[in-house]
Design a protein around this ligand. Structure first.
Ligand code: SF4
Length: 343
């Protein structure tokens, strides 16, 4: 019999699924809370009778992750390589900030989007993660390091796994469950326009981070194949609709690549594109990826780019480079692990 994964259901769906066991309705709340507290098996649900735990494990399952390796940086950043139940691997990063612990989770095993500066896409997408598997990454880390913020910015394109992402966000922010404020959740996208509109219609209070990486179609198409489907103009128009529908500021991610997208001309055009918008630009120092042709912008070029945007009135920050001494950019740890000969 196929077991239904309870951790990938919303509270309402879980309550409905449990009806077949004829349990009193308060059990749904109890089990949902256990999942939010990070239970990876029914055995851990110590306030349920042994009989009920057996019944549940025959009919249902729970998503879990197992730690394969963990790299710890001198700045406290931890990069986990997790093994999923089917043997696939994903990466998750814990970053420490003054405002608390932020976890960057993966949403897919691999990625199909083909961004040319990214190691996660080298072998394409293997499969989507379930909502339960997205949450399990947080649950695992939360046992030792309380998690206050979540960014869905690791391996995968979250909006390419839309339904699971939305269930995950609803569960993570449910007052009946983990109870994280939606304002502490960021979701990134490389620019899937119809999905941005679908997300806007849900009026969630999450932060949308758009991986822009270039202000013109020529440069962006060179870096991101998705630009061949949705141009810069179409993407920015969708972002405007998103802001209008939700009142939320968009964070535009911009990875700084030497002589590709970091010239004054790019900065000027970016400033022009974002003028007057509820927007914020996050400049990201590029991590070198062995298999990729690009190199990072120098600190001087980065500063010049940033100053130019600031002078044009654009809100800009530069992402602090955490985990410099470990395989910090997404996909690198998994790629390295999978290249290693197995005994
Ligand atoms: S940057 Fe993100 S969307 Fe692009 S290939 Fe990498 S994981 Fe996929």
């Amino acid at each position: 019999m196929v077991q239904t994964d309870l951790s990938s259901l919303t509270f309402e769906e879980l309550a409905e699924a449990l009806k077949e066991l004829n349990l009193p309705s308060f059990r749904a709340g109890q089990i949902y809370r256990w999942i939010a507290r990070g239970a990876f098996s029914f055995e851990e649900m110590s306030d349920l009778s042994k009989d009920l735990r057996n019944q549940l494990s025959q009919r249902f399952s729970l998503a879990c992750v197992a730690e394969e390796t963990c790299q710890v940086s001198s700045d406290g950043t931890k990069k986990y390589l997790f093994r999923l139940a089917d043997g696939n691997h994903i990466e998750t990063v814990l970053m420490r900030y003054e405002h608390g612990n932020s976890v960057c989770i993966s949403s897919q095993v691999g990625c199909n989007m083909g961004c040319r500066f990214c190691a996660s896409t080298l072998k394409g997408k293997v499969r989507d993660l379930t909502a339960g598997e997205m949450f399990a990454q947080i649950a695992y880390i939360n046992r030792t390091d309380p998690v206050s913020h979540v960014v869905v910015m690791g391996v995968g394109e979250p909006l390419d796994n839309f339904d699971a992402l939305v269930t995950f966000v609803r569960n993570l922010s449910s007052p009946k469950g983990f109870g994280m404020s939606q304002r502490h959740i960021s979701v990134s996208t490389c620019g899937l326009v119809p999905k941005i509109d679908a997300l806007a219609a849900l009026n969630l209070q999450i932060t949308l981070s758009v991986s822009l990486h270039a202000p013109d179609n020529e440069t962006r198409s060179r870096l991101m194949p998705v630009n061949g489907t949705y141009s810069v103009e179409e993407l920015l128009a969708a972002c405007d609709r998103y802001t209008k529908a939700t009142g939320r500021r968009i964070s535009y991610e911009y990875i700084m690549i030497h002589s590709v997208n970091d010239t004054p001309r790019h900065a000027e055009l970016l400033a022009k594109r974002l003028q007057g918008k509820l927007a914020h630009v996050n400049l990201i120092p590029m991590n070198h990826v062995e298999e990729r042709e690009f190199s990072p912008s120098s600190p001087e070029r980065l500063r010049r780019f940033s100053d130019l945007l600031t002078a044009r009135g654009i809100n800009v920050t530069c992402r602090r480079k955490l985990g410099k001494d470990i395989d910090a950019s997404c996909g690198q740890l998994r790629a390295r692990f999978e290249r290693k000969p197995k005994n």
